[in-house]
Design a binder for this molecule. Structure first.
Ligand code: SF4
Length: 292
């Protein structure tokens, strides 16, 4: 059974794990497995579409376009997308570009923050973790790596979410940890966890420059990130590879917030069976989720 299900190939060289999917894995292995097997991604929600456009306009601005040009081009590249609000995007762009903490090289330095130079943008990274069931390959896409006045590189992940930034730090802790470790290999020096750059805060426009809200600093140290990536992730992945991902119900079962496609009777029935001590052999992923 195990050798036939797609989960046994999870993270092999030909099926690398996207670091952006680690949030789901850390919350509920079953949710991750469902998404992986059915290739159900986040879909083109309003937040995802807008977030992609925001990240793109920020990148274009860092590469030299003025805020209006950057917004216009990001909208043009997105094509026809009714979920995008040009006024919102421009407000965010104006707020982001006027915040000295996002300074480009050559921008006036704000004495409150010292000089912050954007060191890397939109960088593809990879990571290979040793594991008893075979090497685990992961890929990711890093938004920002910035060198701060203390001389260190810090990683920031752009999120355009309506959620409170504390919730975002919790949701994306594994993603940030993996990005941090993988980025260090690409940059050739340690990269420290910066945190979440909550771009929706810039909807307030230039006023955001006087507020600390867009930058939600990760409470994790670099050692925390290493432990999460090297000690905690491989056992989770081995569990999923075995074909028996853990069913981990919680707030994230709400299909409206986490869009868990397992919110049906299915995973709950499996969970129920396990709780009743049936051994969980009926309806487990190998027979239930695979091959349909
Ligand atoms: S409904 Fe809940 S327990 Fe079931 S797969 Fe989704 S998150 Fe996991």
């Amino acid at each position: 059974m195990a050798s036939q299900h797609g989960l046994s190939r999870l993270g092999d060289k030909d099926h690398p794990i996207r670091m952006s999917s680690l949030t789901a894995m850390a919350r509920c292995q079953m949710m991750f497995a469902l998404r992986y097997l059915k290739e159900t991604d986040e879909g083109s929600s309003e937040a995802a579409s807008t977030g992609t456009a925001v990240q793109r306009q920020n990148e274009l601005w860092h590469r030299g376009l003025d805020p209006e040009e950057a917004t216009k081009q990001a909208l043009a590249e997105a094509g026809v997308d009714a979920t995008l609000d040009p006024d919102h995007l421009l407000r965010v762009m104006m707020g982001y570009s006027s915040d000295p903490r996002n300074a480009q090289t050559g921008m006036p330095t704000d004495p409150r923050y010292g000089e912050v130079v954007t060191s890397a943008l939109e960088m593809e990274v990879g990571l290979v973790l040793p594991s008893a069931s075979g090497d685990i390959h992961m890929t990711g896409h890093v938004d920002f790596i910035r060198r701060y006045p203390d001389g260190r590189l810090y990683l920031w992940d752009g999120k355009h979410s309506k959620h409170d930034t504390k919730i975002l730090l919790w949701e994306y802790e594994y993603q940030i940890a993996a990005y941090t470790i993988a980025a260090a290999a690409t940059m050739g020096e340690p990269v420290y966890p910066g945190g979440i750059l909550a771009t929706r805060q810039y909807d307030k426009g230039p006023r955001a420059r006087t507020e600390a809200k867009p930058f939600a600093e990760s409470p994790k140290s670099l050692d925390d990130c290493k432990r999460m990536v090297y000690d905690f992730l491989p056992p989770m992945i081995e569990q999923i590879r075995s074909g028996l991902p853990l069913v981990q119900p919680g707030q994230h079962c709400d299909p409206n917030t986490w869009r868990c496609h397992g919110g049906s009777q299915a995973c709950l029935a499996v969970f129920d069976g396990l709780m009743r001590g049936s051994g969980g052999t009926e309806g487990l992923p190998g027979t239930f989720f695979v091959g349909d």
